[in-house]
Every structure is written in structure tokens, then in C-alpha cells.
Ligand binder design. Structure first.
Ligand SMILES: [Zn+2]
Length: 484
């Protein structure tokens, strides 16, 4: 009799544990941009994955009540320069669960991955850096704290055929080390010839990896317009077969953003794999001693010295101050006020546009991009539906990443089997608070942020001493057997 009782106890304990989830998000408005699910559901999370989505009650070791809140896939930022913990913290409060450095890439992928392992709040990854490989080949490697190389021989001199081979070799090694494609800041290496660019696309193509690029130039002056620059990289993609992502079309194409988008649309209609992104701010930000500010920048950017602002002080530059900062070795960031609100507002709505922040600490886009989309375009202007906004911030970047990493199939979605990267926010209150004066003010309105099944933001507060961020690796590393 006692034995029967014991067996019964064991059986019910087993059944109970089979239904027990590590974490349950209960009663939220669950939204999945891929399937179109938009309903009140309970989500059961186990072993870092979404195990169950149902209208039925679920039991969890921990249950978080989400009634009145939106439960969505964590946002994926494919353009995040700031990879430090302060930047990751504000990204988390902005709903971001994955933030990747794809435009410029990491100068040394193995060192980058090692430095972040076990010490990352959100998921991370990077492309192989053409600008860094070029700088290395020219004997002037990029230094810590530099976003892009300083203007000099490594950016302003053409590479010899031997140097191009060396750069290619370095990029292949970086792809082997887990890079998610090749990052090219062509405007920061203006002496890279058309052929050098094509040769880098060839390396990407041979590995079936994408190229992420800041194109060669902005503005309307021919030769060297933004239109020509978009043509150049679409041409390289067509010639080589490498997928292409053009970063921040808003800040490069400026007044010609719609013409640039029409070129991308045309390329896609002809079967090319070309994507693009934008961020919702009128100013850009970049390093003042870079080649972007080589002679001719005023005409191309359509602004004068006073359109450049030092973020820490709000100082508008003069010719003298510009010369001083441009010729200095200090990697000072400046804001470039070169776009209009009207152009940005229209760009964000374009169906080709996914949202990516281009995040750096000195610009409010680092902390506020995603909340700003939800506050300004969904809630205030009502020009985007909530589902469209979520698609631009989660599913579209995941689909783009599928080119280079199979695990992206499990990201950007709220579905059973997907990774439990989830944002729970209040659609009535979510708001960016970062400004050009105070760029690192965190957004408000994210109640919970779950990263790989671990709660990172709980009831609006950061949980201390948890580092659930994991590496997102390209297929080079994966083939070497290092799957996480
Ligand atoms: Zn850029």
C-alpha cells in the first residue's frame, strides 16, 4: 500500500515537473510579426527557449504577470558600435536583446569574442573589418577607442595588388574566427579602388557571406554622388553574388534617400539580395579625424563648420576648431546636422527599412532608437502599426542575419522553439529619454527583458550580476564545431 502511494507520488511529481517551466510570462498581449499572432497568451520558457505559447494556464518556477503589456521578440540591432557595458545597459532598457557591430566590424574577431564571453548583458557579434584589415596591412593598426581609422596613408593611399591579397587573407581568417560577414566603411578608406571593393565582395561571396557597407560618399555632386556610391555596391553584389546590406541609408543619402531606396528596390526586383536600414534622428555622428572629413565634405554633406557639434559641450565648430580637431590624433566624435525631420519621418515608413541604431555613446540613437519608433511613429503620429514597427525591429533583422548564421532562424520571433529573447513593454508609456545633450539617458517603458531565458530587466530594473548575452557566430566558426 505504501509502495503504491509512493509510486503515485512519484508519477504526479514527474507530471508536474514535465509541465513546470523555468519562467512563465502570463496574460500579456503576445505579438509575433511572422505569424501575425496578436492575442492574449501565456508563454512557457524552458532551457532558454520558448517551449509553449497557449491560452491555457501554465505553471512556472517563476511567473511574471504581463496583463496590459505587449510581449514581443527582443529587438535586434545590426548596427551597434558601442559594445561596452554602459551601451549594452541602455540598449537593454530600449528593448534590445541582440546588438551587433556590422558596419565597421571588430578589428580582431577572436579578441572581441573572448573579451565579451561571460561578460555581456545582451547577445553580440561582429563582421570582419575591411577598414581594420587595411589599416593593419598598411602598418597602422586601429587603436582601442577608435571607431574608424584616422585619415592617413592607410585610408588615403591605394593598395598594391599584394596588399589587397593580404587584406583578403586577413578577412578570410576573421570569417573563420566567427565573423558574420564583411564590414566595409568605404567612405573611411576613400583610396580603396573600385577593384579593391569588388575583391572584398569576392571573399564574402566565396564564403556565402554578406557585405555590410557604409557606401563611398554622400551628397549630389557628380562624380561621387550617393547615387553613384549605391550603384557601386549594388554592382559589386551583382558581379560577385555576395548579399549586400547598405547601412544607414538616411545618413548617407540624405535628401536623396528615396532615390537610393528606389535603386535598392530595383536591384531586389532583379533578384539581388540587397537590404538597408535607418535610424530615427536628423543628425549623424562620426569621428572628426577620419577620412570622411577629407576636403570637400561641406559640399557633399551640404553643411558648413557650424553644422558640426561637439556632443559633450554643444560647441558648434568654426574653421579653426575644425582644423584643430581634424588634425588631432584624438578620436573625437562630432554630430553632423545634415538631414530633415520630414525626410526621416518618411524614410522610417518605407517597407524596405529595418531599424538599426548605429549606436555610439555620444548620440541619443544609442539609447533611444527603438523606444522612439514606438513612441513617435506608433503612438503619437500613428504612421506605423505596432506590428509593422515590431517587424522592422525584430523579424527583418533576423531574416537578414539568416544569410550568415542559421541560429537567426530562432531569433526575432515569438514562436514555440524560438530563443527566449523577449521584451515586455507598456505601449502607452514606452518613450526614449536620450537627447543630444544627454545621450545616455535610458528609455522608460520596458518592464521585463528576457535574454536567452534569463530575466535581465525585471519590473523596470536591471537585475545585477547576470550576463546572459551569448555570441552570435558566422558559419565559419560554426563549421569548426563551435556551436553554442
Ligand atoms: Zn556609417
Amino acid at each position: 500500500m505504501r509502495r503504491v502511494f509512493f509510486l503515485g507520488f512519484l508519477l504526479s511529481a514527474t507530471l508536474l515537473s514535465a509541465q513546470q517551466y523555468d519562467l512563465v510570462l502570463e496574460g500579456g498581449r503576445v505579438m509575433d510579426p511572422e505569424t501575425g499572432l496578436d492575442a492574449v497568451r501565456n508563454i512557457g520558457i524552458r532551457d532558454g527557449k520558448i517551449a509553449r505559447i497557449t491560452a491555457k494556464a501554465l505553471h512556472g518556477k517563476r511567473v511574471i504577470h504581463a496583463a496590459g503589456l505587449v510581449v514581443a521578440p527582443g529587438f535586434i540591432d545590426v548596427h551597434q558600435h558601442g559594445q561596452d557595458l554602459d551601451s549594452q545597459r541602455v540598449k537593454a532598457f530600449d528593448g534590445v536583446t541582440t546588438a551587433l557591430e556590422m558596419e565597421i566590424g571588430a578589428p580582431d574577431i577572436a579578441a572581441f569574442l573572448k573579451s565579451k564571453e561571460g561578460r555581456s548583458l545582451i547577445h553580440y557579434g561582429a563582421t570582419a573589418s575591411h577598414v581594420a584589415a587595411r589599416a593593419l596591412t598598411f602598418g597602422a593598426p586601429m587603436h582601442e577607442g577608435e571607431l574608424v581609422p584616422v585619415s592617413g596613408p592607410a585610408t588615403n593611399d591605394p593598395a598594391t595588388p599584394e596588399q589587397i591579397e593580404q587584406i583578403q587573407k586577413r578577412l578570410r581568417e576573421e570569417l573563420d574566427a566567427g565573423a558574420l560577414g564583411i564590414g566595409m566603411g568605404i567612405q573611411y578608406t576613400p583610396a580603396a579602388t573600385r577593384l579593391e571593393v569588388i575583391d572584398m565582395f569576392r571573399v564574402a561571396a566565396e564564403r556565402r557571406m554578406p557585405v555590410y557597407t557604409h557606401i563611398r560618399s554622400f551628397g549630389r555632386i557628380e562624380p561621387g554622388s550617393a547615387i553613384e556610391a549605391v550603384e557601386e555596391v549594388i554592382g559589386a553584389a551583382a558581379i560577385t553574388g555576395a548579399p549586400l546590406h547598405i547601412v544607414h541609408v538616411n545618413s548617407t543619402c540624405l535628401r536623396d534617400t528615396f532615390e537610393c531606396l528606389s535603386l535598392i528596390e530595383g536591384a531586389r526586383a532583379r533578384g539581388l539580395d540587397v537590404t538597408t536600414e535607418a535610424y530615427p534622428y536628423i543628425a549623424g555622428a562620426t569621428q572628426i579625424n577620419s577620412a570622411l572629413f577629407n576636403p570637400g565634405w561641406q559640399e557633399r554633406l551640404g553643411i558648413d563648420y557650424s553644422g558640426l557639434v561637439v556632443p559633450e559641450t554643444g560647441e558648434h565648430l568654426t574653421k579653426e576648431r575644425f582644423e584643430e580637431l581634424h588634425n588631432s590624433s584624438k578620436p573625437q566624435i562630432v554630430l553632423t546636422f545634415a538631414n530633415t525631420q520630414e525626410m526621416i519621418d518618411k524614410t522610417i515608413l518605407n517597407p524596405l527599412i529595418m531599424i538599426a541604431s548605429d549606436g555610439v555613446k555620444d548620440h541619443p540613437r544609442n539609447a533611444g532608437t527603438y523606444s522612439r519608433i514606438l513612441a513617435q511613429y506608433v503612438r503619437e503620429k500613428k504612421t506605423l502599426t505596432l506590428m509593422e514597427a515590431l517587424r522592422k525591429m525584430s523579424l527583418m533583422p533576423a531574416q537578414m542575419l539568416e544569410r550568415s548564421t542559421p541560429e537567426a532562424h530562432r531569433k526575432g520571433r515569438l514562436q514555440e522553439g524560438a530563443d527566449a529573447d523577449i521584451v515586455v513593454f507598456d505601449p502607452q508609456t514606452i518613450t526614449d529619454r536620450s537627447t543630444f545633450e544627454k545621450p545616455m539617458e535610458p528609455s522608460v517603458g520596458v518592464h521585463e527583458l528576457v535574454v536567452g531565458g534569463t530575466v535581465l530587466i525585471d519590473d523596470g530594473r536591471m537585475v545585477p550580476d547576470v550576463y546572459p548575452g551569448r555570441a552570435i557566430l558566422g558559419s565559419g566558426k560554426r563549421d569548426a564545431g563551435k556551436v553554442r
